[in-house]
Ligand binder design. Sequence first.
Ligand code: 13P
Length: 256
Amino acid sequence: MNRAYRKTIIAGNWKMNKTPAETRALINELRPLIQRTKWCETVVCVPFVDLPNALKASRGCRISVGAQNLHFEPSGAFTGEVSAEMLSSLGIKYVIIGHSERRQYFGDTNEIVNKKVLAASAAGLRPILCVGESLTEREYDVTREVITTQLKMALQGIDAAAMKKIVIAYEPIWAIGTGKTATADQAQEICNLIRAFVRAKYGARVARAVSILYGGSMKGSNAAELLSKPDVDGGLIGGASLKAEDFAEIVHAANQ
Ligand code: 13P
């Protein structure tokens, strides 16, 4: 973390969990636990149907709300999809784009991810852009190339003003939901590579301001070490974001 230049963010990715009623309950439980954490922005990215309750339950506290996906077209015959404007009109702030589960199960290619980042940015949403390598790619020692390609394609056509609003999350696929966390040094190496990419494309000022998160089995017991690295500005949390105390523990580690 480096708070002199950029925001520390702990974002929960609830994935396909929690009903609207459970959403209200979890946020109500979380609120008092993270009251004095002004150094860290807390975000919950919830399923579409939970967004209205998440917004209501988080009113008047430091929790921001995000979605987990969107469609890149503004409107039309795309059964089952949700547009950027539909999300921004609700008043939500963030949207996760390019999560590895979307890439793996729903065919989100780098090109589609790029279109989604452009659509979200144009609608005033802040994308949480996910990048990450598979275990095979790591074993073949092509992690840096994979991440660079993902960034190059996702950020095509994004100018510096839009880039300032984008949060990037490094999520090695082999660490997601596996209990296997990247070491703090592994996380730092790739978060540093991401910042160097942003610096080369947008300049030092933008690179210094962009928040880069780590995601993949982050929890209360390993958060502090990961967050002690200079280029790791927060976390994108799956499993541990579904229990108020577990999630709050991470937020407190980030608030130190
Ligand atoms: P876990 O924290 O459950 O490993 O999930 C990470 C993730 O995919 C967040 O987007």
